[in-house]
Ligand binder design. Structure first.
Ligand code: GLN
Length: 487
């Protein structure tokens, strides 16, 4: 018989859900031991501040129930998988804050469809993960729970807004985690922490139970250490949902069984991204190296001009702030969340609750959004940005019918130090330069590790495919992770 200690030790080597499953099959471990292993890791790495709440006892209870199911041969396909969730996703009976004071004490009344589908397949939810307030930020420094540290260099940010979700996978605090990506919040932190992160096609995963930031951009994405786990989680969450009328009714392929890649691909890379002045030289070098390798392996690799690059970021920030100013108007202290103790009448209750409850960055976005939607500026900003969005979307989709993939760096730089961009919102927004194109266009994109810079900090490589081509995207990413010369 295996002792508890031995059971935990076998887990030290687990880097994939496949290994976990094998160990469960061989009865070398059980779900309770797996959860205990992660709980111990969470405790020793508590200073990273990735988790804002750990569901220790309920995770152990879930694990015990799943162990019984496994013994009875009735377990779901995710039995043994331990999942962390970003603090913008609702999980019934649990607190959700969106890392904001304004949602202090808020308890979810229902469970997000994405989480529900994982639970139905016996995944175990281990806790709630830190992020930038309402998903607004690129460094995880805008959180009421304090910043998250990058486990590779604790003086540096993990990226954002899903910084906690990225570090939870990076530091082995759970098997996979859920994040959300509105303009890069899964891909950018994945790049900064050296893990894999996908933003699926807009509408592929139901947004029911996701606290909205910018509804026409928001997606739920996945962080993992390998492509197969990522694919498995996405295929389980994706698909139409009666609770979200914008969710796509297209059938969901079994991505995790379609990872084999063996055809020559047509790959475009965007001139303005790899030759951008903002790009850190080592990232440029690594990106060009992988493109060269792909050409050598017989793929068609072509440089394409993307004259709209300069307009993508302004378009994104006009439209997302407009949507955010509307979405966040519901937080007023009346029905739930924080309410100021300093009010002297109804109007001051609204004003003070919102002034005290929202952080600086969120207030900046609400004001920007209100401005671009105001009667005198609506046409000049909002309508114009909608038109430019159409142009960017059409350009991107058109390119993706001529080419199978667009390859570009995920970020202009590797992980930066805390405070480096804190006083300069525009410098922070520029972090999203390469990730917002997929968000504005709605197409799927994945970030995979592509070696490290001179300081040993991870570099991310981003791949985009056309809408609903997640299977093709994963297969290519899988091929690249194996073939990447820089890893
Ligand atoms: N950094 C971007 C922003 O602040 C992206 C955020 C996100 O994808 N949630 O808007």
């Amino acid at each position: 018989m295996t002792t508890k200690k031995q059971k935990n030790n076998t887990l030290e080597k687990f880097l994939s859900f496949d290994e976990i499953k094998k160990s469960l099959e061989k009865k070398e471990t059980d779900c309770k031991a797996i959860v205990t292993y992660y709980l111990n890791n969470i405790e020793t790495k508590a200073h990273l501040n990735a988790f804002v709440e750990v569901y220790g006892s309920s995770a152990l209870e879930q694990a015990a129930a799943i162990d019984e199911k496994i013994a009875a041969g009735k377990a779901g396909k995710l039995a043994g998988m331990v999942v962390g969730i970003k603090d913008v996703l609702c999980y019934q009976g649990h607190t959700a804050n969106a890392s904001s004071k304004i949602l202090e004490g808020f308890e979810s009344q229902f469970t997000a469809t994405a989480i529900q589908r994982l639970i139905e397949q016996d995944a175990i939810i281990i806790g709630r993960l830190n992020c930038d307030e309402f998903g607004m930020g690129s460094s995880n420094e805008n959180s009421v729970h304090g910043p998250v540290k990058n486990a590779l260099d604790e003086s540096r940010v993990p990226g954002g807004s899903s910084g906690g979700s990225a570090v939870a996978v990076q530091a082995n605090l759970c098997t996979v985690s859920l994040g959300t990506d509105t303009g890069g919040s899964v891909r950018q932190p994945a790049a900064f922490t050296g893990v894999i992160g996908i933003k699926p096609t807009y509408s592929r995963v139901s947004r029911y139970g996701l606290i909205a930031y910018a509804s026409s951009f928001d997606t739920i994405g996945v962080f993992s250490k390998n492509i197969k786990d990522n694919a498995l989680v996405l295929e389980t969450m994706a698909g139409s949902d009666d609770y979200d009328s914008t969710s796509s009714r297209k059938a969901v392929p079994e991505y995790s069984n379609l990872l084999h890649f063996n055809k020559p691909a047509k790959i475009a890379y965007l001139k303005e991204t790899v030759h951008s002045d903002a790009l850190q030289p080592e990232i440029k070098e690594h990106t060009l190296q992988i493109l060269k390798k792909l050409a050598e392996e017989g793929h068609q690799v072509e440089e394409v001009a993307f004259p709209l690059l300069d307009y993508v970021l302004p378009t994104y920030y006009i439209l997302t702030t407009a949507e955010a100013s509307s979405n966040l108007s519901r937080f007023d202290g009346v029905k739930y969340g924080y309410r100021t103790p300093n009010a002297h009448n109804l109007e001051s209750m609204y004003k003070l609750t919102r002034s005290e409850g929202f952080g600086e960055e969120v207030k900046r976005r609400i004001m920007l959004g209100t401005f671009v939607l105001s009667a005198s500026y609506y046409d000049a900003y909002f309508t114009k940005a909608q038109k430019v969005r159409r142009l960017i979307k059409e350009f991107t989709e058109d390119l993706l019918t001529k080419f199978d993939y667009i390859v570009l760096p995920t970020t202009p730089s590797t992980a930066f130090k805390f405070g480096e961009h804190s006083n300069d919102p525009v410098a922070m927004y520029l972090e999203d330069l390469f990730t917002v194109q997929a968000s504005v266009s709605g197409v799927p994109a994945v970030s995979i590790p592509n070696g490290t810079d001179k300081k040993g900090l991870p570099i991310g490589l981003q791949i985009m495919a056309n809408s609903f081509k997640e299977a093709e995207l994963y297969a290519f990413a899988n091929y690249l992770t194996e073939a990447a010369p820089n890893n």
